[in-house]
Design a binder for this molecule. Structure first.
Ligand SMILES: [Zn+2]
Length: 360
């Protein structure tokens, strides 16, 4: 399954129509929520027969039980009937996933717009999407391959609308391009690319984090505030710079899903690093969408101790575990390749990305 995202040309009537549909979606969602709440208050558990025995289960409603209650509401609300069903399905799935009795209400003011649909609900023709009698134009940055399964209209925090389309396409036709890049996120260097390029010493983040914990210990709230602002600003600058450059110059950006917990000891350094890394990922993601660049996150497990030349896992010489964190350069005991630790990891990350897209 592959999901495409396109920016919708959402000026004027398009934004109005999407906004109205999003409010209807909220109404359906809140109806499901309220129905679930009432159901539990009237009957907390119900008996079902399982393998000849009567068992009691909590009175949670399934998507199929919502469907008859919602029948016909689509027409009144200006939503496709499949959209109404998709909302109920999403509600039931989320409730189960979060193990909640009911979920948060969707608010017209606070919730970001979201309108799910199924394949039969939309028609895509060139750079035009038809949904429920409305026509929306979008920037068709890359052709949609495969059959459309489902998707959604969604809004970002700046109020911009996107269309997300999931297809059953397996990306085999795409060729790996020399311009594809893998990225390893690290402590010494914030981001190291598979082509050898390095961005931003993460040192400054750690320096700030030390100052910050000192200021917090001394209870200097003004200094804490100004340090937090400084960290935020320099983090913003760096993330914008890196993500701009990478999405401008490459067609595919693959990044590791590293978390700081394995790498640093103090909680302060962890939170500072994590915020930096997750911001960089977020920026890469939304810039990639806007720039016809494909973005992908892969598991970075073992990427720093696998030789990117001969693909041997943990050969002699490879940095292993916490002890190996200090090793910056190493020689593969199997093929003799000399590796920069971070570049080697980035190369492995790119390879995992190519593998999972079925690219050679
Ligand atoms: Zn090797």
């Amino acid at each position: 399954m592959l999901t495409y995202s396109y920016r919708i040309k959402d000026s004027g009537p398009s934004a109005v129509a999407l906004g109205a549909a999003a409010r209807s979606v909220n109404m359906v969602w809140n109806f499901c929520n309220e129905t679930q709440k009432i159901a539990l208050s009237r009957l907390s558990a119900r008996a079902i027969e399982r393998q000849g025995k009567v068992v009691w289960i909590p009175n949670f409603l399934s998507a199929y039980e919502f469907h008859p209650l919602l029948k016909g509401s689509g027409k009144e609300l200006g939503l496709h009937s499949q959209t109404v069903q998709a909302i109920a399905e999403e509600f039931a799935t989320r409730r189960k996933q979060f193990k909640k009795r009911w979920l948060r209400w969707r608010s017209n003011r606070k919730s970001l717009g979201w309108i799910p649909f199924k394949a039969s609900g939309i028609k895509v023709l060139g750079d035009v999407i038809q949904y429920c009698g409305h026509t929306f134009r979008f920037w068709n940055s890359r052709p949609i391959e495969g059959a459309i399964r489902s998707g959604s209209f969604s809004q970002d925090s700046r109020g911009r609308w996107y269309i997300n389309i999931t297809t059953d396409h397996v990306a085999t036709a795409v060729k790996a391009e020399p311009g594809d890049v893998g990225i390893d996120l690290g402590l010494k260097t914030l981001a190291t690319c598979s082509n050898g390029k390095k961005f931003g010493a993460a040192r400054y983040l750690r320096k700030f984090s030390r100052k910050l914990s000192l200021a917090q210990k001394d209870g200097k709230s003004k200094r804490v505030k100004s340090l937090n602002a400084k960290i935020k600003n320099s983090r913003n600058d760096l993330s914008h710079k890196i993500s701009n450059e990478l999405t401008r110059d490459h067609q595919l950006v693959v990044i590791g899903n590293v978390s700081s917990s394995k790498l640093v000891k103090t909680r302060m350094a962890k939170s500072v690093l994590d915020a930096g890394w997750s911001q960089l990922r977020t920026f890469l993601k939304y810039k990639a969408i806007a720039r016809e660049c494909m973005y992908m996150e892969v598991s970075e497990h073992l990427t720093s101790q696998t030789c990117s030349c001969c693909k041997t896992r943990s050969p002699a010489g490879a940095p292993k575990g916490v002890k190996g964190l200090g090793i910056r350069e190493w020689v593969c005991g199997v093929c003799g390749a000399v590796h920069d630790r971070d570049v080697n990891a980035a190369l492995n990350i790119l390879r995992i990305g190519h593998d999972s897209l079925g690219l050679k």
